[in-house]
Design a binder for this molecule. Structure first.
Ligand code: NAI
Length: 356
């Protein structure tokens, strides 16, 4: 069999390094493009059997249709989230979609904790001061995590890791997830209805997927119910949070601290060096003005372990697709979404039907 020709979009030096290394054993014919996949760049995929894409590549209906017309048969995501793919259109266009369901749940959870601690103990400000020879402690006061109530929304792979780390701090961990995790309950996590988790937590951390149901889960109404001075951490997907409402919450003091690794409109900002340009996004620019806001540019996943796992699984999914044996755990389809009641659009396929 000829090597599968794969167009790899949104590639950075680290993607090329880890994918090339992993590909020694898979033997695909990889072509790396720096460009993001979107309607205007989709024609780059002409002549390729598969595209390999990342979180901010756009695979909406027009792009999927274009890819299918160009002969692409598979989309291999280098990430866990798949909110950027129109799965119904992929089904109707005959494209299979693979993802990397778990490449580093520990890495993302540890980054959420790093953000929480850096924000709480004002490490960025403290470090900048010390560098300038300013050893004053004014304004650097933090609080202890021990004994605090931490609300975890979504206790899947990453939420579970995060909850377990926080139990280790001696915090009370409360959680909301439609599917309770018995192991976490046994470890001491208390499941409560969403409004109670929102109202009782000193720190709220988001670890749930972005779907039509969870979009703007944290809106003005939810923020109003939160404890005064709550710390909000989002390492999941930007649009889980209504950014304008969060800005109002920061201005009123309802939100005492905000840590973000993701942002609603990150597609035009993150993963690029824009240090010599003016930021065009006024909402994002406003966020940067608050002393109690800490933002990283979607780097929670960015560990050596994760990059290796991503490369192995993304390329392995392509090989499995070629053999007609894409692992159902790694495949995302309209079916998969229907089961979670997130689709909202009829895909025309009976639930549970197999495509292979
Ligand atoms: P997962 O699929 O293992 O867990 C998600 C959990 O959320 C599930 O237990 C599910 O039942 C729950 N859930 C679904 N709807 C919910 C709702 N309305 N309220 C509460 N819980 C709900 O996913 P995993 O691996 O833990 O990842 C979570 C999210 O983290 C991903 O969807 C992705 O968006 C994000 N992520 C961010 C990364 C980063 O670098 N910042 C890297 C990897 C993932």
């Amino acid at each position: 069999m000829d090597a599968m020709k794969v167009a790899v979009f949104s590639t950075k030096s680290y993607d090329r390094e880890f994918l090339s290394r992993a590909n020694v054993s898979w033997g695909h014919d990889l072509t790396f493009f720096e460009a993001r996949l979107k309607e205007s760049t989709a024609s780059l995929a002409a002549g390729f059997g598969a595209v390999c894409v990342f979180v901010n590549d756009v695979l909406d209906a027009p792009v999927i249709k274009k890819l299918a017309a160009l002969g692409v048969r598979m989309v291999s995501l280098r990430c866990a989230g798949f909110n950027n793919v129109d799965l119904c259109q992929a089904y109707h266009s005959g494209l299979r979609v693979g993802r990397v369901p778990a490449y580093s749940p520990h890495g993302v959870a540890e980054h959420a904790v790093a953000l929480m601690m850096a924000l709480n103990r004002r490490l960025v400000r403290a470090s900048n001061r010390v560098r300038e020879g300013n050893f004053s402690l004014e304004g650097l006061e933090g609080f202890e995590i021990f004994g605090k109530t931490i609300g975890v929304l979504g206790t899947g792979k990453i939420g579970e890791c995060f909850a377990r780390i926080l139990l280790g701090f001696g915090a009370r961990v409360i959680a909301f997830d439609p599917y309770e995790n018995p192991g976490l309950k046994a470890a001491g996590v208390e499941y409560l209805p969403l409004p109670e988790v929102i109202a009782k937590s000193d720190i709220i951390s988001l670890h749930l997927p972005l779907t039509p149901d969870t979009r703007h889960l944290i809106d003005a109404r939810a923020i109003e119910q939160m404890k005064k001075g709550v710390m909000l951490i989002n390492t999941s997907r930007g649009a889980l949070v209504d950014t304008s409402a969060v800005i109002e919450g920061l201005k009123s003091g309802r939100i005492g601290a905000l840590a973000l690794d993701v942002y609603e409109e990150e597609g035009d900002l993150f993963f690029q060096d824009l240090s010599n340009s003016a930021i065009q996004d006024d909402v994002f620019a406003r966020l940067l003005t608050f002393p109690n806001v800490l933002i990283t540019g979607h780097q929670a996943f960015f560990t050596d372990t994760a990059l290796l796992n991503i490369a192995e699984t993304a390329l392995g999914n392509i090989a499995a697709f070629e053999k007609g044996s894409l692992d159902p755990k790694n495949e995302v389809s309209c079916d998969h979404i229907d089961k979670q009641r997130n689709c909202g659009r009829p895909c025309g396929r009976p639930a549970g039907s197999s495509r292979s």
